[in-house]
Write a protein that binds this ligand. Sequence first.
Ligand SMILES: [Zn+2]
Length: 315
Amino acid sequence: MRSYAFFLAVLFSAGMVTSCGQTRGNDAILPDRLSVVAATSIIADLATQIGGEHVSVTGLMGPGVDPHLYKASAGDVTRLSGADVILYNGLHLEGKMADVFERMRERGIPVFAVAEESVTGEDLIDSELFQGNYDPHIWFDVTLWRHAARRVQEILAEADPLHAAAYRERLASYLAEMDRTHAYVRERTAAIQADRRVIVTSHDAFGYFGRAYGFEVHGLQGISTAAEAGTADVQQLADLVAARRIPAMFVESSISPRGIEAVQEAVRARGFEVGIGGTLYGDALGDPDSQAGTYLGMMRTNIDTIVAALAGDPV
Ligand SMILES: [Zn+2]
């Protein structure tokens, strides 16, 4: 993009761009698109939705990758170094990448913590375990993720003012799609009896989801997967599931199912049989070819999985 801006400047100063010749000549001088490198698949999807044809988005973490534990590879550093703009979630989600983002900032590359910059104050959920740290999984409340979408539009427009109008238009239609998805999740939730709206998963990714859509949530691990669950955590969660006779728990696509399977065993030892209601997409999107390959599709896939497991009737 920088080279494109330079090239345009040369064209204008040389008087080569004329009102009638502009379109014809453009094919030959098509610029490289704005190069955006995004840390997580969820942020990469947001940049793709807002940027459209004017951006080239590279996501560092693919399907099933846990951002809490992810470390940048040598290849990632090369990709980050070549970016026009770097986007990540922030709020310590990518806890082991802080240094590499700092290095990129020092090199003069614009780096933005999209979630951290767009959601503040009362909207954030405090973490009981880490004082002063907030739950980073804000995308699970679609109304909060709208702020992140607006922030990405601002960032892209600033980096690439030539296409600012296009980014604004794409944002407007994406916000409308977000509203439809938010309504879908609420509507599907109504199919579950109020006392069965309990989500038990591998880690505490669903706090914002629970607050927005009316679920009680329990994660075996805390808001980060960096600290492993201990025997006491397993027993405590098993007590709760058995006492409340919760019909199903969920595993997560970016975390080993072993922890939840251990809870299932412990529940069985208490004389109650709890099912595994399927896989929820927590911190990473699904395969690009699947419905869960986009953020909005992932939200729909998750609520369908939750309803199928907890409502007791087929989806
Ligand atoms: Zn997480």
